[in-house]
Design a protein around this ligand. Sequence first.
Ligand code: SF4
Length: 91
Amino acid sequence: MGGAPASGRSAWERDAAADTLPRMPRRPPLPDVPDRSVGLCSACFHAAVQRSAKGGAFWRCRAADTGRTQLRYPPLPVVHCKAFEEGTPEA
Ligand code: SF4
């Protein structure tokens, strides 16, 4: 006859529930930074703020110039960065 057992879940559903993907580690909280919308770059020695003619601000990573990071303009907010060095961003 087959069908779902009395518990309401089929063997396949039980296996699928038991075989869940490992959970991603929780993201650590962002440390105290001057601008949470920017993240670590707002407190990093390697950051440089570039202003556009229209008044926009672009956060450039100067560590990318020497290959210490991959992205010259990292997506913000930056919450993890191996090249982070506490300091004042270049204005
Ligand atoms: S080294 Fe990391 S934290 Fe510093 S400016 Fe570059 S991306 Fe931002």
